[in-house]
Design a binder for this molecule. Structure first.
Ligand code: ADP
Ligand code: MG
Length: 256
């Protein structure tokens, strides 16, 4: 889940798609790669400084299995938390051996050794294109970009796409921008429709039909340490994320 802009819905989309996928029976692992640790918070995973987390995996080579925790609200959902220590990792990674491959290797070892392998791993990226995001792009097969239906939404996207291309060329030929999700859509405004039209024109059928509306319930859920799917399952926000997850699964079914 990436977009170098902050506040576009990366974390919200990560935790809610993860919860929806877990509720539909998949084993899902969320990897929190943002030092803010917002995904960890939303999933009720302790992540105070010093808690074993993704920092230890990237910098000290700790096994992922030692930091992964169960999400208490959603069976089948686990999370590798981010602590504030991760803020230093962007710089601490620079002199390390295989600095772009550290997350990929950790995930590979985890998948090779853990008993109940996850079916799906979602990595919540920080709002930058630095080494943390590069590690995510090298580890991932797909990039999902949430786009906020606001003015300036498309600004910076070409830079993001260029970075994905560079990673494809040099570090991970498999990587593709597979999915775009329109978030915080306010159907009453002309602007939201214009942005949505523009995004669809540019990205075609990679844009999910489902759009996520602007919803108070979605924004309230994290302060209760919950995803909106458990906090208010019948709300429009919960239903849109469940529908977006179902659409992603149908897409996969088609391409598989
Ligand atoms: P990012 O991870 O890209 O920085 P977040 O997912 O943290 O973005 O979202 C930014 C803010 O917007 C958060 O306060 C979040 O609760 C809120 N938010 C996200 N999606 C919605 C939505 N559909 N409706 C209302 N608020 C939202
Ligand atoms: Mg975030």
């Amino acid at each position: 889940m990436s977009n170098q802009k902050g506040g576009v819905g990366k974390t919200t989309t990560t935790v809610n798609i993860a919860a929806a996928m877990a509720q539909s029976g998949l084993r899902v692992l969320v990897i929190d790669m943002d030092p803010q640790g917002n995904a960890s918070t939303a999933l009720s995973i302790p992540h105070t400084s010093g808690t074993p987390g993704i920092y230890d995996v990237l910098i000290d080579g700790a096994p992922l299995s030692e930091v992964v925790q169960d999400c208490p609200q959603v069976p089948g959902l686990t999370c590798a938390p981010a602590t504030i220590d991760l803020a230093g990792a962007e710089i601490e990674l620079v002199p390390l051996v295989a600095r772009e491959n550290r997350l990929r290797r950790a995930i590979q070892t985890y998948l090779d050794t853990v008993g109940d392998r996850p079916d799906l791993i979602i990595i919540d990226c920080p709002p930058s294109l630095g080494l943390l995001t590069v590690n995510a792009f090298v580890a991932a097969r797909e990039v999902l970009i949430p786009i906020q239906c606001e003015y300036y939404a498309l600004e910076g996207l070409s830079q993001l796409l260029k970075n994905v291309e560079l990673i494809q060329l040099h570090l991970n030929a498999e990587l593709e921008v597979s999915t775009i999700l329109l978030t915080m859509f306010d159907g009453r405004t002309r602007l939201a429709h214009d942005v949505a039209d523009q995004v669809r024109e540019h990205f075609g059928d990679r844009v999910l039909r489902t759009v996520v509306p602007r919803s108070v319930r979605i924004s309230e859920a994290p302060s209760h340490g919950e995803t909106v799917l458990t906090y208010d399952p019948t709300s429009s926000g919960a239903q849109s994320y469940a529908e977006a997850a179902a659409e992603m699964r149908r897409q996969k079914g088609k391409s598989a």
